[in-house]
Design a protein around this ligand. Structure first.
Ligand code: 13P
Length: 250
């Protein structure tokens, strides 16, 4: 049965302008329905729209997040950077970290760990992305990769109450290809095993991300251990995002 406490994260990446914000109201209208009472929606627009989003959706069921942050937690002479403190003051409560599009630009496990700590200092929540590349999958080293990303990313973190893990196989992002049910089940089990090995709580939520759409959302969401979806492309269009939520809640 589908989990009624599902989390749906909209990662707008480097898209969106001011006029797009009001279009998200249809998503809010949907989740006002009792049927969707327990689901959580988190919109992660670009930095430039966070304040407008949080003003527009102030005191509603729609949560706002950022897509990354600078690793230093204090204000300072860091031209062009935005840290968790600034993000918090703009009204966001979540920050996506470790996204493969940033790892791909040189973000290391160590840097992600520093960012996670800086976000926890501000008492914000983290959507911590992990996932293997196609080469790593072909080399059959997915378990080792996930283990490295989790152990180094969460090094020194005792309390995982504010951490949500997003499993995003890099080869699935934006490609239209999703892992088979069997592969996804196995990889979610691997993540759970790693969390256990490092004594992280069993209750840490695990989301799936990568080419989620209204056709595959239902099947993915039914996989044991998946607590939500991290949606890129399809979240830019409210109708498509609504379709995903509806399909997942059937
Ligand atoms: P797509 O849904 O566009 O594949 O993107 C997934 C993603 O990277 C979300 O963080």
């Amino acid at each position: 049965m589908t989990n009624i406490n599902m989390i749906f994260v909209a990662n707008w990446k480097m898209h969106g302008n001011f006029n797009d914000i009001s279009k998200v109201k249809t998503v809010l209208n949907l989740i006002k329905n009792k049927k969707y009472k327990k689901i959580k929606i988190i919109y992660c627009p670009p930095f430039t729209l966070i304040k407008s989003f949080s003003n527009y959706f102030n005191n509603t069921k729609l949560n706002i997040g950022a897509q990354n942050c600078y690793y230093k937690s204090d204000y300072g002479p860091y031209t062009g950077n935005v840290n968790a403190k600034l993000i918090k003051s703009a009204g966001a409560k979540y920050i996506i970290l470790g996204h493969s599009e940033n790892r791909n630009e040189g973000e290391t496990d160590l840097l992600i760990n520093q960012k996670i700590k800086s976000v926890l200092k501000e008492k914000l929540s983290i959507i911590f992305c992990i996932g293997e590349t196609i080469d790593e999958k072909k080399k059959k080293i997915t378990f080792q990769v996930l283990k490295r990303q989790i152990s180094k990313g969460l090094k020194g973190i005792k309390n995982t109450n504010k951490i949500i893990i997003a499993y995003e196989p890099v080869w699935s992002i934006g490609s239209g290809i999703v892992p088979s049910r069997n592969e996804l089940e196995k990889n979610i089990k691997k993540i759970k095993k790693i969390l256990k090995q490092f004594k992280f709580k069993n209750s840490v939520k695990i989301l799936y991300g990568g080419s989620v759409n209204s056709k595959n959302a239902n099947e993915i969401s039914k996989i044991d251990g998946i607590g939500g979806l991290l949606v890129g492309g399809a979240s830019l269009n409210s109708k498509k995002f609504i379709d995903i939520i509806k399909k997942t809640s059937n």
